[in-house]
Design a protein around this ligand. Structure first.
Ligand code: C2E
Ligand code: CA
Ligand code: CA
Ligand code: CA
Length: 281
């Protein structure tokens, strides 16, 4: 607290100081990145586990900083959420994703686009502007809402039930599908999940990683798939890296998957090439 010399001293320990400086510098850089649009999107295919046809892609943001190089989203999305910068960043993501989706659709590749959305973009009064933005952009690029899917994390769902429910209902009323991301990490119950207008559960990569070696992870995945099916939801497994993992998930009845086995996240021109190879328009 202020005036208490000792706690001030502890607060401004050399380490802390360095961290704070780093944080401040990162925040300044992030502000500039927003203005200069130093971001790009990569797209990771989502495929059916039965025949591996591409049904859609997930948009994943990348930040190319002139000094630090490529900064992965895990290192700046939390800061963007704290500072509110996630709002302009989120707008940029939506528009860029729809620009690229429009170009694939106009070539005849009618795939879906899944976009990650932070809680901050949806609650505390932002819900209305989010829905306005969506309407505006879908209209601007002539895209049917059914092709746009919104991914929100299970943890966000558990934070503020009422606000979240309202925001998600508005999204659903628009005609978009809602995915619950990182499912299994937040311990939400079946009855809790049932109260939200969601269509897809994404099984977290951490369970897929260990399921073949670790019976408890395998059981957890089985339980999630059974639960999802009983709620008539679709299931996507993320982080599939081996044929064995894919075969196992498929045998359990998981519908879709994504992961390095199928493809890494790709820049838009590389995704275009993949679509040309893999899909008939
Ligand atoms: P996420 O939504 O869970 O995305 C999946 C992450 O797993 C991505 O990391 C992806 O590149 C990675 N991945 C996919 N398949 C594999 C695999 O087979 N093996 C391994 N090792 N990794 C795989 P990425 O792109 O670094 O994104 C990290 C997180 O950042 C995302 O996790 C998401 O929470 C967040 N994020 C990314 N883009 C956005 C965005 O536009 N908006 C928001 N709010 N968050 C975003
Ligand atoms: Ca995601
Ligand atoms: Ca995820
Ligand atoms: Ca994740």
């Amino acid at each position: 607290a202020k005036g208490d010399g000792r706690s001030n001293y502890r607060y401004f320990s050399p380490e802390m100081n360095a961290n704070m400086l780093e944080r401040i510098e990162l925040e300044q850089r992030l502000r500039r990145a927003v203005l200069q649009k130093e971001f790009c999107l990569n797209y990771q295919p989502i495929v059916t586990l039965n025949d591996r046809s591409i049904i859609g892609v997930e948009a994943l943001i990348r930040w190319q900083d002139p000094k630090f190089g490529l900064i992965p989203p895990d290192q700046f999305i939390p800061l963007a959420e704290e500072t509110g910068l996630i709002e302009p960043i989120g707008e940029w993501v939506l528009e860029q994703a729809l620009i690229d989706l429009h170009s694939w659709h106009s070539q005849g590749y009618m795939i879906n686009m899944a976009v990650n959305v932070s809680g901050r973009q949806l609650i505390n009064g932002n819900q209305i502007s989010f829905n306005r933005l969506i309407s505006k952009l879908l209209k601007k690029y002539g895209i049917d809402a059914k092709y746009l899917h919104i991914e929100i994390t299970e943890s966000m769902l558990m934070e503020d039930r009422e606000q979240c429910l309202h925001a998600l209902e508005a999204i659903r009323d628009h005609g978009m599908d809602i995915y619950i991301d990182d499912f299994g990490t937040g311990y939400s119950s079946l009855s809790y999940l049932k109260s939200f207008p969601i269509s897809v559960i994404k099984i977290d990569k951490s369970f897929v990683d260990n399921m073949l070696e670790c019976p408890s992870d395998a059981n957890l995945i089985k339980a999630i798939i059974m639960m999802g099916k009983s709620l008539e939801l679709k299931l996507v497994a993320e982080g599939i890296e081996t044929e064995k993992q894919l075969a196992f998930l498929r045998s359990l009845g998981c519908d879709f998957g994504q992961g390095y086995l199928i493809s890494r996240p790709l820049p838009n021109h590389e995704l275009s090439n993949l679509l040309t190879l893999r899909l008939t328009p």
